[in-house]
Design a protein around this ligand. Structure first.
Ligand SMILES: [Zn+2]
Length: 417
């Protein structure tokens, strides 16, 4: 009996206590400071980083990964993704076709496909902000967490909470409220609370509101209700808003992040900075906007131009920013990850340094996700989410397009030359 018990215990230890992995990191980047340390050793065990330093001894039985010629850094994060959505380009938003022609199951399968693509490109954490039919992204998250499929660590917001109509407009009443496939109508503070609770019930671990898609928009009190309810449950709130009075209401309510904010004034950005609200600018490249047939001109400037301007202003003012893309279309010749990395061009065009871009993709995103001390840095005790590139991204941020090594929670996902 005792022998059998011992055998069971040993079996448990050998599967849970996996072999130590040692990474020889030639150039280790700390995105929080922008500093590079040479010839470091990173030890990884049970999915976590156990030691980092120049004098760290490599245990005899360790599996050694040689990245001595590479640039090593924490995994990238995208704070605004729609992994399960994928209409063809050119279909104007609101997108009616997927609502009517794609099942939740198909959406989840697309989500898994995209999750794998973005992980292999170096994104070890992604916040999925809805448009996932009947909570498809929640099931994608669960399947990844069970280890059935490779994918980044996911935050999923479930159905988007919005004033009546979601992100649709002018749907004839006889067609019915088909937007409810992806949105929860909520038009009072109480309804907003109810919608937050429904999302949490169905598995959301973050909350997303769309404040201003129609002529009517959320009041400060309505946004506040979502924040109180979500924060009480330990979740963050992201609010889609473009500008004007709607943005002021949102900023005054004080969510964790403002999404898009394409038309935020300097005054509004200043208020965000004061309150410590993150801007997740989803800074669309002009080429993407053209492909989507969505590049409205306001004040003589295309949306693409206004985005670069707003990003430059926010950066110069020191507003906290996390990298977020909002890619939701599918292009035949580009992966979801390649489309996400196209946004690097916009950040560069706005005068943001490579070090600050990398920080927005790691340190800042981890802060927004409330993961400080857990993910987003290469330090003892953190999850082993580690990537490497052959060239220095602090010199040219485009180096992130050539991620050669990806480790997620201590598991090697990709190891190239
Ligand atoms: Zn979005």
């Amino acid at each position: 009996m005792l022998a059998r018990l011992l055998a069971l215990i040993l079996l448990f230890v050998s599967s849970a206590g996996a072999q130590t992995l040692a990474i020889r990191a030639g150039n280790l980047i700390d995105p929080a400071t922008g500093k590079v340390s040479r010839n470091q050793t990173i030890l990884v065990k049970d999915g976590k980083i156990t030691a980092v330093g120049a004098g760290v001894e490599i245990p005899k039985d360790a599996h050694v990964v040689d990245l001595s010629n590479a640039w090593v850094m924490p995994g990238l994060m995208d704070a605004h993704a729609h992994l399960t959505a994928g209409p063809a380009p050119g279909i104007p938003f609101p997108v009616t076709t997927p609502y009517l022609s794609e099942s939740t199951a198909l959406r989840a399968l697309r989500g898994l496909h995209n999750a794998r693509a973005v992980l292999e490109a170096g994104f070890t954490a992604v916040k999925d902000v809805g448009n996932d039919a009947e909570w498809a992204a929640v099931d994608v998250r669960r399947a990844i967490e069970k280890g059935w499929f490779p994918g980044p660590t996911l935050l999923t917001t479930g159905k988007i909470i919005a004033p009546f109509g979601g992100q649709s407009q002018n749907v004839p009443p006889e067609q019915g409220a088909f937007w409810k496939y992806e949105y929860l109508d909520a038009d009072t503070p109480d309804q907003v609370r109810q919608a937050v609770r429904r999302n949490i019930y169905y598995g959301a671990n973050a909350i997303k509101l769309v404040a201003d898609h129609n002529a009517y928009f959320y009041s400060k009190e309505e946004v506040r209700a979502a924040i109180e309810e979500a924060h009480a449950a330990g979740m963050t709130v992201a609010v889609h808003v473009y500008g004007g009075q709607a943005a002021l209401n949102v900023i005054q309510a004080g969510p964790d992040s403002v999404e898009h904010g394409f038309d935020l004034s300097d005054e509004q950005l200043r208020l965000m900075k004061e309150k410590g609200i993150f801007l997740v600018g989803t800074d669309f490249p002009e080429v993407h906007l053209k492909l989507m047939d969505f590049n409205p001109v306001v004040g003589g400037k295309t949306l693409g131009q206004r985005i670069v301007d707003r990003l430059r202003r926010a950066h110069q003012m020191g507003v906290k920013m996390a990298f977020g893309t909002d890619v939701f279309v599918e292009l035949p010749d580009k992966s979801r990850a390649e489309l996400m990395l196209d946004y690097l061009d916009v950040w560069t065009a706005a005068g943001v340094s490579p070090a600050d871009i990398l920080k927005a993709m790691t340190t800042n995103a981890a802060e927004l996700f409330r993961w400080q001390g857990k993910r987003g840095a290469i330090a003892a005790g953190q999850a082993a989410d580690i990537i490497a590139t052959p060239a220095n991204p602090l010199e040219n941020i485009q180096a992130l397009r050539q991620v050669q090594f990806v480790m997620k929670d201590g598991t090697i996902i990709k190891q190239g030359k």
